[in-house]
Design a protein around this ligand. Sequence first.
Ligand SMILES: [Zn+2]
Length: 191
Amino acid sequence: MADRVYEDIKYLLSLEGSVLLKIDPYRVDEEDGAIVVTCADGRYFSDIFMHHDRIQQSCRENPLIHPLSRHGGALLLAPNSPLVREGSTAQEDLFAEIVEAMDWIKIRKIVLSAHYRCGKASSCRVDAAQTIQLLFAAKKSVKTRLASHDPVVSCYFHIDFGPDYKELGKKRQVLSYYADREGWERQQIQA
Ligand SMILES: [Zn+2]
C-alpha cells in the first residue's frame, strides 16, 4: 500500500464510530424520495443506488431516487472546492439542478455522497482529510444556499479499503458509512 494511501486509510479508520457511523439498516428517512448527489464513478454507483433503494423499500411503495452524478459528486458543492476548475460553472450548474429537482419532484431530502479513492479528488490532489472536510462544507453550503427550499441533508461516505481489506479487519472491500457533521465538528474542537 502506498504511503499516501496508508495515511489516508489510517485517518479514515480513526473517524469510525465518531464521524463515520454504521448505517442503521432500519433508518426510514426517505419516505418522500431522495436527491442523491454522487460521484459518477461507475465502480461504486450501483452500490450507492442500491443502498438508497433498500432504504426506500421499507418506507415507499416505489423508490424515488433522483441521482445527480458528476465526477467528484457532492465535493463540487463546497465553497472554493479545488475540484471545480477555474472558470467552470460545474458548481452553479449542480446547485441549479438540485433546485430544479426540488421544485419539480417536490423532494426535500438531499443525500450528499462522497467516496475515498475518488479519481477526481486525487487528480486534484485532495486527500482523505480534505475530502471529509469538503463533504461537510458542501452540506453547510447546501443548507445555507437552499434555505428557502428547507432541505433535509444527509451525508454518506463510501470507502474502498483496497484488496488488502481483510488485513484491516474489514469484511468487504467497499463499505458505506453515514457521515456525521456534528461528530466531525466535535472532533475539530477537541483537536
Ligand atoms: Zn469519484
